[in-house]
Ligand binder design. Structure first.
Ligand SMILES: Cc1cc2nc3c(=O)[nH]c(=O)nc-3n(C[C@H](O)[C@H](O)[C@H](O)COP(=O)(O)OP(=O)(O)OC[C@H]3O[C@@H](n4cnc5c(N)ncnc54)[C@H](O)[C@@H]3O)c2cc1C
Ligand code: SF4
Length: 543
C-alpha cells in the first residue's frame, strides 16, 4: 500500500462526533484522513427557503431504509460535511448529573453510564467553548455543576417569549435561556456573524454563523498539512487482519470506484444508525455477527427520544423571529403529580404556514393555517426512551438498513404534555388573562402526536459503551472490546439517552476520546485557548 493511502488515524464521518475529533487531533502532526460520504452543503438561497427545506426536503438524503414490516422509510437525515450539525437547532445541553446513574422511569430502567458526570465535565466545558455556546448558568434548577461560565451571554428572548417566561415564572416554574450555538453578538449587531433569522432550526446557515462541525471543526482542521479530507467517500466495509484484532483496510466507494485506505487507528463516526450498519456489513469469518459484535449488541438498543412538536395557540400573536430561546426543565425528573421523569420542554424554530401546510395539523377552531402560524408558540417536547435490545438496526438481504422500533416509556411523554397544557392554562396574559391559551395542537395530524420513525434526529445507543464486553461493544474509551484499533465517537455509544438534545454530549465525548487517542499516539495534550481556538501549527505539531 502506498504512503498516500496509509494514515495514522482515519476518521469516518464529519458530524458532531467525527468533526469534533478531527479538530482535536489536527494539531498533533499525525497523518489524519477524514472520509465523508457527502459533499459540502451548497451555499445558495434555498438554504433559507422553508419550501425547499421543509416541504421538498431538498437536503435530506434520498436513501431508502425499511421499517420492521419492510415498508420504505425516508429517513430525515443529512449526509454532508458537518453531518447533521449543518441542520441542527444548535441547542447545546449537558446531560443532567443524575442521567449518568441508573434512573427508574415509569416504563422501566434507564441504565447507568460506565463513567460519571465528573469525567465528562471538563470536556463539556471545552465543547461549550469550541461551539461558542450562549447561555446563563444558574437559571435551570436541574443544571449540573460546571467548571466555567458559558463563553457567551444567553441569546435574549423576543417580546412574546419574554412574556411567556414571565408567565411561567409567575406560575412557579423555572424557565431558562436555552444554551445555543449561534454566533450572535447582541452587543455588537453590526459585526455579529449571526443575524438572528427565522430559518435556523432544520436549515443550513447561509452565512456560516451556526456553530456547526463543518465551520468550527472540519474547515479549521484542514488548515493543518497533515489532515486530508475526502468528500463523496462512502465507506462500504472495514476489513480486519487475519487475527481479527485490527482493522486493516477501510474500503471506500468514491467516484464510482472502490479504493482502500489503512490507518493505525480507525474511528467510525457515521451517526448511530449508519455506524451500526457499517459494522454489521463488515462481518467476516472472525466476526460472523458483524465487527466488534461478540456481545451481539451492535445495532441494538436504538434510541431516538420520544419527541413531539406541539403548537400552543394563543389569542396573542407570536411575531417572534428566533423562537428557540426558552426551555423548561421543571418536569425533567418528576413533579408533585407524577413521580417519574417526564422530560424536557423547549422550542423549535418558528413554524410558518408553508411548513404547516406540508404537515397539515388539526386546525384550531376559528383559525386558518396562516392564523395558526401567526399565533402559535411552537414547543418541542423530548422524553427519554429506554434502551430495548429489540429496538434495533439490521441489514436486509439487499443490504438496506432496517430500523425496528417499538416506542416505550410513553406515559412519561403523555404526562409531559399534560404538564405543559396545565402550565399554559395557568399562564395569565395581561390582555386576555387565562383565556389567552386556546389549546395544544400536534404539528402534524397525519403523523400523529409524536415524531414518526423516520425522524431519526436524536439517534443514539446502537454501539453502547460499558465495562463488560458481554453487554457492551465499546470500552470506556469508546474502543471496540473486540479490536485493538477501532473506535466509535458518534451518538452510538450512549447506554441511555437522558431527555436533552444529544449534540453537546457527543462533542464532549469526542474530545474525551480525542485526549485518549493523543495519549495513545504519545502526543502531548494541547490545551484549548479560552475562546476555543487552537494554537498555531508550529506550536502544536509534535511527535
Ligand atoms: C433538524 C435537526 C435538528 C437538530 N437539533 C439539535 C439540537 O438543537 N441540539 C442537539 O444537540 N442536537 C440536535 N440534532 C441532533 C444532532 O444534529 C445530532 O445528535 C448530531 O449531529 C449527531 O452527531 P453524530 O456525529 O452522531 O452524527 P452526524 O452528525 O449525523 O454525522 C455523521 C456523518 O457521517 C457521515 N456518514 C454516514 N455514513 C457514512 C459512511 N458509510 N461513510 C462515510 N461517511 C458516512 C454522514 O454523512 C455524516 O456527515 C438535530 C438534528 C436534526 C436533523
Ligand atoms: S439564526 Fe443565525 S446562525 Fe441561525 S441560520 Fe440565522 S444567521 Fe445562521
Amino acid at each position: 500500500m502506498s504512503r498516500e493511502s496509509q494514515f495514522d488515524v482515519i476518521i469516518i464521518g464529519t458530524g458532531a462526533g467525527g468533526g469534533t475529533l478531527a479538530y482535536h487531533l489536527a494539531p498533533s502532526g499525525k497523518r489524519i484522513l477524514i472520509l465523508e460520504r457527502g459533499g459540502y452543503v451548497p451555499r445558495e438561497k434555498d438554504n433559507w427557503n422553508p419550501k425547499a427545506v421543509n416541504v421538498d426536503a431538498k437536503y435530506n438524503t434520498k436513501e431508502l431504509w425499511r421499517d420492521a414490516d419492510g415498508k420504505a422509510l425516508h429517513p430525515h437525515t443529512n449526509y454532508y460535511v458537518g453531518g447533521n450539525t449543518k441542520f441542527y437547532g444548535a441547542a447545546l445541553f449537558r446531560l443532567r448529573q443524575n442521567d449518568f446513574g441508573e434512573i427508574r422511569h415509569h416504563g422501566g430502567i434507564s441504565p447507568a453510564w460506565p463513567i460519571g458526570y465528573d469525567e465528562l465535565e471538563p470536556y463539556y466545558t471545552q465543547a461549550e467553548s469550541l461551539y461558542q455556546v450562549h447561555g446563563n448558568r444558574g437559571e435551570d434548577p436541574t443544571e449540573p455543576p460546571a467548571g466555567k461560565a458559558y463563553p457567551w451571554p444567553a441569546v435574549s428572548h423576543e417580546q412574546r417569549i419574554q412574556h411567556l417566561a414571565d408567565e411561567f415564572r409567575a406560575a412557579g416554574l423555572h424557565p431558562f435561556h436555552t444554551p445555543l450555538g449561534v454566533m450572535l453578538d447582541e452587543k455588537n449587531p453590526r459585526l455579529s456573524p449571526c443575524i438572528r433569522c427565522n430559518t435556523c432550526d432544520g436549515f443550513p446557515c447561509l452565512v456560516h454563523a451556526k456553530s456547526d462541525a463543518q465551520v468550527l471543526c472540519v474547515d479549521p482542521a484542514q488548515q493543518y498539512p497533515n489532515v486530508t479530507l475526502l468528500t463523496h467517500a462512502l465507506v462500504k466495509r472495514l476489513e480486519t487482519d487475519s487475527s481479527g484484532r485490527e482493522v486493516r483496510e477501510v474500503v471506500v466507494q468514491r467516484n464510482g470506484v472502490l479504493e482502500t485506505y489503512s490507518g493505525n487507528i480507525v474511528v467510525v463516526s457515521c451517526g448511530a444508525i449508519n455506524s451500526a450498519a457499517l459494522l454489521l456489513r463488515s462481518a467476516n469469518d472472525r466476526h460472523p455477527n458483524g465487527l466488534a459484535n461478540s456481545s451481539d449488541v451492535v445495532g441494538r438498543h436504538y434510541m431516538g427520544h420520544t419527541n413531539s412538536v406541539l403548537m400552543a395557540i394563543s389569542k396573542c400573536r407570536n411575531p417572534t423571529i428566533f423562537q428557540k430561546t426558552l426551555s423548561v426543565n421543571d418536569f425533567y425528573f418528576s413533579s408533585r403529580d407524577f413521580e417519574y421523569p417526564m422530560g424536557h420542554i423547549s422550542f423549535v424554530g418558528k413554524l410558518d404556514a408553508i411548513t404547516l401546510r406540508a404537515g397539515a395539523p388539526a386546525i384550531a377552531p376559528g383559525f386558518t393555517l396562516e392564523l395558526m402560524a401567526k399565533h402559535s408558540l411552537d414547543f418541542w417536547l423530548t422524553s427519554e426512551d429506554l434502551p430495548d435490545p429489540n429496538n434495533r438496526v439490521t441489514i436486509n438481504r439487499d443490504g438496506e438498513v432496517v430500523l425496528t422500533y417499538t416506542p416505550n416509556n410513553l406515559e412519561a411523554h403523555d404526562q409531559l404534555k399534560a404538564h405543559l397544557e396545565r402550565a399554559m392554562k395557568q399562564s395569565n396574559c395581561s390582555i386576555h388573562g387565562h383565556e389567552c391559551h386556546q389549546g395544544l395542537f400536534a404539528r402534524s395530524l397525519y403523523l400523529g402526536q409524536r415524531i414518526p420513525l423516520a425522524g431519526v434526529a436524536h439517534q443514539n445507543g446502537t454501539i453502547r459503551f460499558g465495562r463488560d464486553p458481554k453487554t457492551s461493544a465499546l470500552d470506556v474509551n469508546c474502543k471496540a472490546h473486540d479490536l485493538d484499533n477501532l473506535y466509535v465517537v458518534d451518538g452510538s455509544f450512549f447506554p441511555s439517552s437522558g431527555a436533552v438534545n444529544p449534540g453537546l454530549t457527543i462533542m464532549a465525548n469526542a474530545l474525551r476520546v480525542g485526549d485518549h487517542l493523543l495519549r495513545r499516539l504519545r502526543v502531548p495534550i494541547v490545551e484549548y485557548a479560552a475562546n476555543g481556538s487552537k494554537p498555531n501549527v508550529a506550536q502544536a505539531v509534535v511527535g
